[in-house]
Design a protein around this ligand. Structure first.
Ligand code: ACO
Length: 322
């Protein structure tokens, strides 16, 4: 039987750091409010000439180097993103071009902040069924371009960045299980306005901005993430104490702490980057993983739980033996 395992990780954050104090000069907010409500202290913001595919490429190159895999051996590229360079081609195809490889499948997955969970699920199925052996799975986002910088309820929460993993075929798991869910019923709680579908209609606008009912999303996120953690543990016949690390989507420290509490995991066993990166959507889990792998906290053999929640609504998890 073939399994998929993560053989290397990579990350990329734009050089420019925007602190909460800088945001105080843009909207009516305070460092204290942002830290208390979300745990965020700063975020990285892409330069004007940077694109999602540039960031994805940098993270991918780091992951390839860490995995010691040659570009020519990659046989599938999946990018999770909701902020592509253009409506089409996909970011994955642009990354493929920039890597100089051809004739392998490359496509994007769109599941908002849960995107990396959906991409990992699909990549895992490709590897397990023999469809691919060396897969680049990337999460990359440039939310600074879809933020309304006059809306304090959303502009303080997000940042830009990219994270990547190389998934390789192996004799042992690896990716132990993946779990993904969607529910379109609550799409009005979190969406981007002014998109291509509005062209030629009375809704037409030049600006695409995030609209969020934060409070309701918060409650739904806490409930869904608790449920999916239980589903993942029960599905694998393991208990909370078997987990080495929780690597959660980084939206809000209070959501992360609530999930950790349900799992009886002390915060020392939770990878937190939301303070430094803010919410980078699909990039947040692979970025957090990369940070904890590179600083030596996550080691080979550790049992990791990834989990994410986002617009759609979408939510997902993965149990991973690193
Ligand atoms: N600075 C100061 N005050 C603010 C700010 C700000 N930046 N933003 C909102 N406020 C005010 C509000 O106007 C409100 O004031 P009022 O009481 O006078 O009306 C007050 O602060 C409280 O606002 P709430 O929205 O109730 O604050 P809450 O405690 O819910 O925190 C937050 C808001 C941080 C957005 C939280 O709800 C949250 O994190 N939600 C989840 C976000 C999330 O997880 N998104 C999912 C992923 S994103 C994706 O998929 C793309």
């Amino acid at each position: 039987m073939t399994f998929a395992r993560i053989s290397g990780t990579g990350g990329y954050l734009p050089e420019r750091v925007m602190t909460n104090h800088e945001l105080e000069t843009i909207v009516d907010t305070s460092d204290e409010w942002i830290r208390d409500r979300s745990g965020i202290r700063q975020r990285h913001i892409a330069a004007d000439n940077e694109t999602t595919s540039d960031m994805a490429l940098s993270a991918a190159r780091e992951a390839l180097a860490a995995a010691k895999v040659e570009v020519a051996d990659i046989d599938l590229i999946i990018v999770a993103t909701t902020t592509p360079d253009r409506v089409f081609p996909s970011v994955a195809c642009t990354v493929q071009r920039k890597l100089g490889i051809h004739d392998i499948p490359a496509f994007d997955i769109h599941a908002a902040c849960s995107g990396f969970m959906f991409a990992l699920d699909v990549a895992n199925r490709f590897v397990k069924t023999g469809g691919a052996s060396n897969v680049l799975v990337i999460g990359a986002e440039i939310y600074s371009r879809i933020l309304d910088w006059s809306d304090r309820a959303t502009c303080v929460l997000f940042g830009d960045g990219a994270g990547a993993v190389v998934l390789q075929a192996a004799e042992e798991a690896g990716i132990v299980s993946t779990h993904i869910h969607s529910n379109g019923k609550h799409e009005e709680l979190l969406y981007v306005s002014g998109s291509v579908g509005d062209r030629g209609t009375e809704r037409q606008s030049d600006a695409a901005f995030i609209k969020m009912r934060g409070n309701e999303i918060f409650r739904k996120a806490v409930a869904a993430l608790g449920n999916i953690a239980r589903e993942t543990l029960a599905g694998n016949g393991i208990t909370k104490s078997d987990l080495s690390w929780l690597v959660p989507h980084q939206a809000n420290l209070r959501i992360i702490s609530a999930t950790a509490k349900k799992l009886c995991l002390p915060m020392e066993r939770v990878v937190v980057t939301v303070d430094q990166h803010a919410n980078t959507s699909s990039a947040s889990i692979p970025l957090a993983l990369d940070v904890a792998v590179r600083d030596g906290r996550i080691k080979r053999g550790d049992l990791l739980l990834f989990e994410a929640f986002g617009a759609g609504l979408t939510w997902g998890s993965a149990l991973v033996k690193y």
